[in-house]
Design a protein around this ligand. Structure first.
Ligand code: BES
Ligand code: MN
Ligand code: ZN
Length: 497
């Protein structure tokens, strides 16, 4: 998608479609709409009087061949109640437009913003449009591999030259963030045979090189040298060797402690010897959505040139059953030295995260956030509507909640109590890897807590919310790419805790 920036009056804009985002109104007060109305013999008042278009959310109306204008059509997109319009109203409206034939059969469009009020609305509009248009076509062939969306260029328009820089800044930010989220979707959608741990590592390496991020890959030998016994116990079941990916972005001053992100990178989770049922097992190709989020987040931070040091850590492996796989009852020793009794080989995510969290100590982090498709139990807490977060620091938690409100990726805090910690104690080793069904999302976090250092830590469980079952305005049915906007928003506003 080509993006352009322009200061111009609506009548002089040259494009196939001119798009106006309109809050709900009962009479025309807006100068631009008044002008269109008089140029078109009252086309706008007709829409309004018939209540065909009032600016209500979800409404889209078209005025064809408006006289006095250079464009073929004017598209009015409803934003809903004026008092409730926020950045997500623009994401949703633009997301719906990405499915609207009047726009997708155009090859050029102009999004007109007039005077720039809240510039994040511009960011929302481009995010919504780009996220809404996502389709996974790379594995289609022939005609069905063609994108039916023909829109090639969008020009963002303000009515005055002074606003051009702001306009450009926020649209570019939105584009970079949306592309980050699209990268998460693409990676999480990639089947296990097209994205093994080694392939994920080389993909990370290529992306890092392109965007000036340092990337070191620990291979199996290096992982053994690090004594990551928990990660290795999961990898044993597969002929595909594990990798441990370390990404470092230096946007802050020398010596500034980094924010460390940790993402679960299980490229396919069959459950191991505690085999999952066949129903929906194919969806476990997405069990590296956390890894994709922290990889895309550090790349996005680099593209946005955030003034901050960031490290992303990705333990990546397959979890398969085989003659060499770990067995229920096995006891393994983690990097930290704590011993773990493996009750259920399907609770593999916490094992690989345990070693990664311990490894994070190397960087003396100012804070650590891990993100993982960790527990099926999280579906029964918030459904598909939001992600549970847990942690040890109220300030970090407050930051996450703030970021969540701005980016419209919902999180909700759960507690970790001693009852949950006790659930994870083994009678013969230090810990068990499964505390059974009760409070499964919390006990997983209580397990991870044993491996953190003396730093603020938060854990985001994105199991299920990494998938959208119905389709929303800018989240097509399928893999959502969740976590990217949350992490980036957290990093954009980052100050010392
Ligand atoms: N990757 C799964 C969690 C998951 C399930 C994500 C469904 C998305 C959709 C994880 O590795 C897992 O299998 N967790 C087990 C833990 C249990 C054995 C303690 C679970 O949630 O059932
Ligand atoms: Mn599992
Ligand atoms: Zn898993």
């Amino acid at each position: 998608m080509k993006l352009q920036y322009l200061a111009e009056q609506p009548q002089a804009i040259i494009a196939d479609s001119l798009v106006l985002f309109i809050p709900e109104y009962s009479r025309i007060t807006d100068k631009v709409l008044k002008e269109i109305d008089s140029a078109t013999d009252g086309a706008v008042s007709t829409l309004l009087d018939s209540e065909e278009f009032t600016g209500e959310e979800k409404q889209v109306s078209v005025i064809m061949h408006p006289s006095g204008y250079q464009v073929k059509r004017i598209i009015l997109a409803g934003l809903g109640d004026k008092k409730k319009v926020d950045v997500d109203s623009y994401r949703r409206a633009a997301g719906r437009l990405s499915q609207f034939v009047g726009l997708t059969k155009s090859s050029t469009a102009a999004f007109y913003f007039g005077k720039i009020g809240d510039p994040t609305f511009l960011q929302g509009a481009i995010e919504g449009y780009l996220l809404g248009s996502y389709k996974q076509l790379e594995f289609k062939t022939g005609k069905s591999a063609e994108d039916k969306n023909k829109l090639e260029a969008i020009t963002f328009v303000t009515d005055n030259k002074r606003s051009l820089r702001t306009l450009e800044k926020y649209v570019e930010r939105g584009q970079i963030i949306a592309e980050g989220q699209l990268l998460v979707r693409e990676l999480a959608n990639t089947p296990g045979n097209h994205l093994t741990p080694r392939m994920l590592a080389s993909r990370a390496q290529r992306l890092a090189r392109k965007h000036g991020v340092r990337c070191v890959i620990l291979d199996e030998k290096a992982i053994q040298r690090e004594k990551m016994g928990a990660l290795l116990s999961v990898a044993r079941g597969s002929v595909e060797p594990p990798r441990f990916i370390v990404l470092e972005y230096h946007g802050g001053r020398q010596g500034q402690k980094p924010v460390v992100l940790v993402g679960k990178g299980v490229t396919f989770d069959a459950g191991g010897i505690s085999l999952k049922s066949a129903l929906n097992m194919h969806q476990m190709k997405g069990d590296m959505a956390g890894a994709a989020a922290v990889l895309a987040a550090i790349i996005t931070a680099a593209r946005l040139k955030l003034p901050l040091n960031i490290v992303s850590l990705i333990p990546t492996t397959e979890n398969l059953p085989s003659g060499s796989a770990s067995k229920p009852g096995d006891i393994v020793t983690s990097r930290k030295g704590l011993t773990i009794e493996i009750i259920n080989t399907d609770a593999e995510g916490r094992l690989i995260l345990a070693d990664a969290l311990d490894y994070a100590n190397k960087f003396e982090p100012q804070a650590v956030v891990d993100i993982a498709t960790l527990t099926g139990a999280s579906l029964y807490i918030l459904g598909y509507a939001g992600a549970p977060v847990l942690g040890n620091n109220p300030k970090l938690m407050a930051r996450l909640k703030e970021a969540s409100a701005t980016c419209a990726e919902r999180v909700w805090e759960l507690p970790i109590w001693d009852d949950h910690r006790n659930q994870m104690k083994s009678s013969i080793a230090d810990l068990v890897n499964s505390g059974g069904k009760p409070a499964g999302t919390i006990t997983a976090a209580a397990f991870l807590e044993n491996f953190i250092g003396d730093w603020p830590w938060a854990h985001v469980d994105i199991a299920y919310v990494d998938y959208e079952p119905e389709g929303r305005p800018y989240i097509p049915k399928g893999i959502t790419g969740i976590g990217l906007r949350l992490l980036v928003e957290l990093l954009i506003g980052w100050k010392k805790l």
